[in-house]
Design a protein around this ligand. Sequence first.
Ligand code: ZN
Ligand code: ZN
Ligand code: ZN
Length: 327
Amino acid sequence: RISDEIYHKLECEAYKKFSKEIKFEEFVIPRMIARLITRLNIDGGQPEHDLCINVPKSIDRRTWYDLLGHRDEIICSDRHLNVWLKTIKQIELLFKDKFNNIDLLEIFGKILINRFRVGFIENLFNGRLAIGWAIYLTTSRFNHSCQPDLLQCSYDINMRLKFSDSNKIIPQTTLEFDKLTVSYRHQNDFRLKSPLTYVPNRIQRRTFVSFFFFNCHCIYCNDDLCNRYDESATNHLCYKCGNPLILQLYSQKPNLSIINCISKNNSCQTEQIIDYVNISIIDYTEQSIDIYEEKLSNIQQILHENSILLLQEREKLFFVYQKLIND
Ligand SMILES: [Zn+2]
Ligand SMILES: [Zn+2]
Ligand SMILES: [Zn+2]
């Protein structure tokens, strides 16, 4: 903000020419890269002010140079490579050869992996829409956990940290501060108060773990068999071994789910389908609040009290009611 003038010099020139032809929201990464390059010329990637408003003074501040760009991984991952190839074309379109002597892949990688949604607006049907992006240097050092110590959130450009456990306070030493964890999946969401509602299901977890180039070793991610229990344990017990049966998607018929036993008991075969159920999860196409309630109550009859699937369905209904109240 302080340096608006300087940014304008470079960016307005580039954007004016194309203002009619391009959609700016599709050019977020090139614009962030241009902004970053200007920024590096101003403060060398060591900003005077931290955008995180409640980091104690005693904590060492990070600089741009401390961030990891994952450049080697990016070019090996189709998903990331496609974004990079698109970005480099957009940069050429906007800025021609202005950045020819700059290692754009390094900057791109750091931005893609460390950027953070800010100033979101709530939208029930499209999820939460970010209206901007920012990089928070000091807080980007936190590791991920599916059961994070911290919730982090920025409503405007400033970020605020909050403990999942409200009895804890932010440590005063860098050593302790660095050990804190956040969820990379559920950033920017103070609506969810219990760490348990932060547990993603296995598909979501694999998607975001592959995006950030790491493996999560939290108790939820360590053991796939255990994950399947946590996620979709039902309240039906196996008549042979007495363990809860689990609910799984049925590949042959998408509208049906199957129930089977995955315990390691010798007399139980994991491949054996014990039952079929017709159950549908909340997908926000429901026409009335009664239908939401009905879906939840159907799922509740099958799933175990503590199954993650059930928690997630309750969470969805909670947001639907919250939306109703706000409107
Ligand atoms: Zn301008
Ligand atoms: Zn995890
Ligand atoms: Zn069994």
